[in-house]
Structures are given as structure tokens and as C-alpha cells.
Design a protein around this ligand. Sequence first.
Ligand code: 5AD
Ligand code: SF4
Length: 455
Amino acid sequence: MKLFVQTMGCAMNERDSAHMIAELQTKLNYTLTDNLKEADLILINTCSVREKPEKKLFSEIGAFAKIKKQGAKIGVCGCSASHLGEEIIKKAPSVDFVLGARNVSKITQVLFQPKAVEVDIDYDDSTYIFAYSQSMNIKSTLNISIGCDKKCSYCIVPFTRGKEISIPTDLLLKEATNLVQNGTKELLLLGQNVNNYGVRFSHPHPKTNFTELLRRLSEIEGLYRIRFTSPHPLHMDDEFLEEFASNARIAKALHIPLQSGSSRVLKMMKRGYSKEWYLSRIAKLKSLLPNVGIGTDIIVGFPTESQADFEDTMEVLKIAEFDTLYSFIYSPRPNTSAYSYDKSMLIEPEVAKERLARLQALHKDILRKKAREEIGHTHEVLIENHRDDKEHCFSEGRSSNNKLIKIKGIKCPIGSIAQVKITENEGGSLIGEFIKELSLESALKLNTPKAAYAQ
Ligand code: 5AD
Ligand code: SF4
């Protein structure tokens, strides 16, 4: 039996797809295909965070239904499945089942229930042990919590993924150890709000928090790096930032979703912090780790956003000098509190588009400047890929601060750690020359604030 999976949206959705694939491969002997026409089962794992992709869902189902082989099943999973539920089958009768983002552990059951709609957002699979993925990798992801308790006024996620529940620490330690024993060098911890870890478990559980979880995970022998996404700026206290900086197993890159640089807009967004608090976190982080990589998400054109509010966002961009930026135009989403705002509060699409273009242009300039400044610096690169162009071969991987680095003229073993000196920049990306291979122990010694200053 062949399985075709299309995944939209965030890293959480990627992880959910990987879980469903592992369940289907292990328990029902499915094999993956990227040829839709030969698939016996087609899964569309959807995102509902913005309106446009959700609108496209139905034309996509129609297109898939036309080319699929006879008897092949179509399942719609993920956040739009949670959000639209039964409506999907009513509007698109070719769909065989609907499986919400909070219900992916039921994938092997719904397959045998014609027209099943499993979208309960109170369903708790925080202690469900998914089948292990058959494609072991040097980089693996680990869900540490499900759902989200925040009620940011623009965000549909609490209505698609339900309330936040943390996965028990001992289960996480067990799974992480297993992944590392099977070749994982870098672990990406996932949650809607990772640094809120430990606030609620489904069963009695010793008191713990995210900083403690990081400490425990970093005791795993053989693990090189821990990354995580996304933390909430509100919960970034000094204890957390100090652990982040000083723990050698934590990669020195942090995604800190800003959303807006205007304290007034942040209040309307119900983010719980101000521009000043956000900038204080950036300042603390940069004082601990001058070479830290920082990423962010920004929404422009939130209802009532004035030119002055937008300039506040631009100012934060200039100060923080983000290394990665995901930027979006505000999209009204049902159920959210901002959805009920008066229409007069909405920002003209042309104005929002222009703001987005200005924001992205500034970010590009910052990236170019930062890439030029990298020349001459050294990084430790965990090798992920090999690539060739007409003249050279390259090894490719990421530095601790999450820069994509190409190493010219050498094929380092996948999973090895190379010390690299940056020699050129191609726009925002970096090219370097191989210095030497590092042992895990010596690479870890370099991943500390002191070593970061020296570089
Ligand atoms: N409109 C536009 N962008 C949104 N995001 C979340 N909700 C919306 C919305 N209604 C963005 C936020 C979030 C990212 C995953 O998507 O920036 O961090
Ligand atoms: Fe991920 Fe949010 Fe999109 Fe769901 S709605 S897939 S949680 S980004």
C-alpha cells in the first residue's frame, strides 16, 4: 500500500505528518510515494493560520480527486480539519475522513471508519507513544507539548489545537535517548509555546519547567545540539536566558516571535509584553552571546496599526538585527477575538502590502550587512548534506547560531562536525573553508559564551 502526504504550515505539522507516516508504515505496512497517481492513501495535512491557504484547500482536494487512482482514499488532517470538521466532507464528498490536529494518533483507526470526523480539541494524546520513524536522521524533532493556552487576539491555533498539555519529562527523556542512540545529533524541541513547559500535565507529575527540561535533556550522552521553537518572549526570564547561554549543548539561536514593535498594538494582540520588555530580552541575550542568531515572526497591518506603530516595528528590526524573519499581513480568522473588530478598524490591503515590502527590504539589508561581517569568523558546522555545482563540491550544514554554511571543495561525512572559516558571502548565505574535523567534546567546548566572544 502506498502513501502520499502533503504537509502545509509549521514545524508542528511536519512533526504530525512524520508521526502519522511512522504509524502507517509500522502498523499497516504502508510505503511512502511522491507520485500521487500511485497512492492508495492521500493525506493532506493542513494549516489554518491564514485565510488564503485554507480557501485553496477545496480546489486542491478537487484536483487530487481527479488524478488519484480508483479506490484511493483521501484524508484531510491538521488545523483546517479541526477548524472546519464535517463541513469538509459536506463540501468535498471525495474526502474519506477528517482528522484534527489534536487527533493524529487515531490515524490507523479513522482509515477504517468511512467518513469519520475526529476533531475533538480536548482529546489528550500527550502520553501516546507513536511508532518510531523508520527514517532515522542526524536531526530529529520532539514534541514537548500539545496545544496552546495563550489567546493572542489574531490566532486561531488555540481553537484548532486545544489547551496546552505538556508531555511527561520521563517520556521525553526516553524518546530523546532512543533517538540519540539511533544517530540523532541535533534535537529540535517543538511546542506552540515551549518555555511554558510544565504548566499542566494530564496526570500527576513532579513540578518542572522548561529550563529544567533543557538541563535534563542536555545530560544525554552523544547529543550535540538542542534547538527549540517557539518560546514566548513573556516567559524569557533571566534564569532561562542564562541557561540558554551557558549550556554548551544548546544551540545559540533563538526564535523570539515579536509580532509587532508597538506596545499599543501588542496590547491589542494580547501578547502580554511591551516593546521595552522585548528589547530588554534582546539586550540581555546579546550581552550574554554577541554572536547569537535571532529569528522572529511579525504581523503587519493588524487592525488600527498606524504609521507610527509600524515605525516602532521597524525600529525593533534595526536594533535586534534578526537573522531570520517570517513576516505576514494580518489575516482575520474566525473564533479569534480580533475577528469581531469593526470593519473600520481594518488596514487597507495596499497599505499593509507596502509595509510588508518595507519590512522585508530592511531585513534584506541587515542580512547582507551581517553576512559581510561574518567573513573571517569561524563556526562549528554539523554536516547535513553534500551538494555539487559545475565547478565545486560542497558540504552543507548549520552553525550553532543557525547560519546555513557551505564548505567548498570537500565532502565531510554526514553527521560530522567541521570547523569552518567564512571566506565569502552570497547575499545572505555563507561560504567557508574547511579547517578541521572536531570531536563532539571539543565542539561542545566551543559552544559557550566565552568561546563566542573569542570568535
Ligand atoms: N494573520 C497573519 N499572521 C498570523 N500568524 C498567526 N495568526 C495570524 C493571522 N491571523 C503568524 C504569527 C505566528 C505565525 C506562525 O503566523 O506571526 O507567529
Ligand atoms: Fe501550525 Fe498554527 Fe498552521 Fe496549525 S494553524 S499548522 S499550529 S501554524
